[in-house]
Design a protein around this ligand. Structure first.
Ligand code: F6P
Length: 545
């Protein structure tokens, strides 16, 4: 696919934005005072998601230039190329088609001459059948008992999506089933996950696109041993207690899982973009296939909005442009994502992989080093907990941290005044960040001079507010797709590849070399640097006593 011929920083819009950002006449108090309708005007709403971006350090001119940047860098063409199934993941020579995972049954998306939508729905149908069997108790364990526990074993995209979605949609889940998620190679993760479970009632879903990932395969082997031991040593138990989600049939078979109980997906689904593929099997078992399809519908609605809406009202594009504005023209290193919804407690962790594994890149599509900053660091915690820990720094620290506040108009649990208090906190935080409190205001409250500066809030700290009616499966799909496409748009403008992850490989390879050095009985000859050598020797010595 064609890459941008003009270097990003030499583009007219980029240079104009740089000059514009140096003006720094972007004071939220003045901007709001000068435009009483700003809070209504600088908003966009689509598919039931309302984005208020008025409390950002932007003027009409900023927005115009950012939109010009999107135009100059060919964002529209990149979007179309993705939706057409072009191999835009150039370093792996793959199409990028998570959007096909939620395409309606009759749609057609062609990869290498084949419409992939029927395959997607065939897998969804197989998942639905299996999910129904587990939920109804028709799927029995080896000893004839029904399944009461489902343990997903996976890591990265094969864990973060399922666990985030399970937590987010727990309200809709079957409470007679227990769900656990094991990812870490640290044995504690597995041990704690199963310590109160009965193996004869436990189903393991081994989720791994490659089926070779060290963490997942180690945990899967431990799970098999735990199951067999709990089944009086009967290896045959594996058939009824293990299913796989993978693209690698031969490895699944080698592990001993019947490929009839394998749920496939495709190389055009990236790990961090896979929660709505078969990787979502645990989610489907938890919430049922109707709810899962509602989630897919939500994804698809956002996809269509992203594909068709003009950029000035396009939610993912607007979020992306704001991220670029602060990242590249204000030197902001991070973005805080603050869901005011307890069920979204794993959403920031999920977004970390989505954003940073995608856009944490240092070379452009053609391999040249970038001379601008790429992905910011995404982080966050649910409100109001964050307010009582790191918000101090956001309000009064020396760093600029743009914030995404995510809230819902209706609670899932309408408990007394809780929800009004929760929402009041969202709006209060964005107001405080934007408008602060002057020294005059502080002094007028009778605060002594010596204390006043400590109580001043500079304000002018940017935030966006994302508001939806209620956290439903459909809304979750829209929210995830919103960020997926924002990440895509950022990557397209930076002219990098958001769909590979070579940066995780080196550590994996080095670990393979160190494993035998830690495990060998004989003193190994160590060829690392002096720090790594010393750490390995120390552990060997202390372990062996
Ligand atoms: O950490 C790298 C990575 O490849 C992620 O991109 C991926 O989500 C994760 O490992 C798990 O990979 P797999 O599903 O193949 O086990």
């Amino acid at each position: 696919m064609a890459t941008n011929p003009v270097p990003l920083t030499e583009r007219l819009a980029w240079q104009a934005l740089a000059a514009h950002s140096r003006d720094r006449q972007l004071n939220l108090k003045d901007l709001f005072a000068g435009d009483p309708k700003r809070g209504e005007r600088m908003t966009a709403e689509a598919v039931g998601i309302y984005l208020d971006y008025s409390k950002n350090l932007i003027s009409e001119e900023t927005l115009r230039l950012l939109l010009q940047l999107a135009g100059e860098t060919g964002l529209r063409e990149r979007i179309e190329a993705m939706f057409r199934g072009e191999k835009i993941n150039v370093t792996e020579n793959r199409a990028v088609l998570h959007i096909a995972l939620r395409a309606p049954r009759g749609a057609s998306i062609v990869v290498d001459g084949e419409n992939v939508v029927p395959q997607v729905h065939a897998v969804l149908d197989k998942m639905a059948l299996f999910a129904d069997q587990v939920r109804s108790g028709a799927w029995k364990g080896h000893s004839g008992k029904r399944i009461r526990n489902v343990v997903n074993i996976g890591i990265g995209g094969s864990d973060l999506g399922p666990v985030m979605a399970y937590e987010a949609l727990k309200y809709y889940s079957d409470r007679s089933l227990t769900f656990r998620f094991v990812s870490n190679i640290d044995g504690t993760d597995f041990a704690e996950a199963v310590q109160d479970l009965n193996p004869t009632e436990t189903l393991f879903i081994i989720s791994s696109k490659t089926f070779t990932t060290l963490e997942t395969m180690t945990n899967a082997a431990t799970a098999r041993a735990w199951l067999v031991q709990g089944s009086n040593g009967d290896e045959k138990a594996v058939v009824k207690h293990f299913v796989a989600v993978s693209t690698n049939g031969s490895e699944v078979k080698k592990f001993g899982i019947d490929t009839a109980n394998m749920f496939g997906f495709w190389d055009w689904v990236g790990g961090r973009y896979s929660m709505d593929s078969a990787i979502g099997l645990a989610t489907m078992i938890a919430i049922g296939h109707d709810n899962f399809h509602d989630m897919l519908r939500g994804f698809h609605e956002m996809d269509e909005h992203f594909r068709t809406a003009p950029f000035e009202v396009n939610l993912p594009v607007l979020l992306a442009l704001l991220a670029i504005w602060y990242n590249n023209f204000f030197g902001a290193e991070t973005v805080a994502v603050l869901p005011y919804e307890q069920y979204l407690k794993r959403f920031p962790a999920y977004l970390q992989q989505l954003t940073m594994e995608s856009n944490g890149k240092r070379v452009t599509l053609d391999g040249a080093a970038v001379n601008y900053s790429t992905s910011p660091i995404y982080w966050g915690e649910p409100g109001t907990n964050g307010q009582h820990s790191f918000f101090q720094l956001i309000h009064q620290g020396t760093k600029l941290i743009p914030c995404d506040f995510i809230a819902f108009v209706e609670p899932l649990f309408p408990l007394g005044r809780h929800h009004d208090l929760l929402l009041a906190n969202v709006f209060a935080q964005t107001e405080a960040l934007a408008f602060g409190k002057t020294v005059q205001e502080v002094l007028s409250e009778g605060v002594p001079d010596w204390l006043a500066s400590h109580k001043v809030f500079e304000g002018n700290r940017p935030s966006s507010t994302i508001l939806a009616q209620r956290l439903t499966p459909e809304t979750l799909g829209k929210l995830v797709a919103l960020y997926e496409h924002s990440v895509f748009s950022q990557g397209a403008i930076w002219n990098i590849n958001p769909f590979d992850q070579w940066g995780v490989e080196l550590g994996k390879a080095l670990a393979q070399r160190i494993i035998p050095e830690l495990e060998s009985r004989d003193e190994p000859v160590l060829g690392h640097d002096s720090s790594t050598n010393a750490l390995i020797r120390r552990c060997r010595k202390l372990k062996m006593g």
